[in-house]
Ligand binder design. Structure first.
Ligand SMILES: [Zn+2]
Length: 110
């Protein structure tokens, strides 16, 4: 019997293209099941920042303080904080450092 069982071709361990986790892939699958699941939180919200939010992200990248951002955009410091919390939630980042990293990676990808 020289027949090779079909399943050898069907499933192969791969590293997820998106998160890097190893998973059993079928055919040309490049993304693990977890990443394939549509998640409300991750629905490429990145592209859906408002104009104002993008402005603020841009200033965060320049390591500006809330006070400075407020001055720059003619907003109150409290409003800037609100915007930031909104942006953090949208992008799933914890703080301004993570936000800056996110923005950096995004600009590299573009
Ligand atoms: Zn994955």
């Amino acid at each position: 019997m020289k027949n090779i069982p079909d399943f050898i071709y069907v499933r192969v361990a791969k590293n997820c293209f998106r998160c890097g986790a190893e998973f059993q892939a079928r055919d040309a699958e490049r993304i693990c099941p977890a990443c394939r699941k549509p998640r409300a939180a991750r629905k490429t919200a990145s592209a859906e920042l408002s104009f104002r939010e993008k402005q603020i992200v841009g200033l965060i990248q320049h390591a500006m303080l809330n006070k400075e951002i407020a001055f720059e955009l003619h907003l109150s410091e409290g409003t800037v904080k609100e915007y930031l919390n909104h942006i953090f939630r949208k992008l799933g980042v914890k703080n301004r450092t993570e936000l800056a990293i996110w923005a950096f990676n995004r600009s590299k990808a573009a």
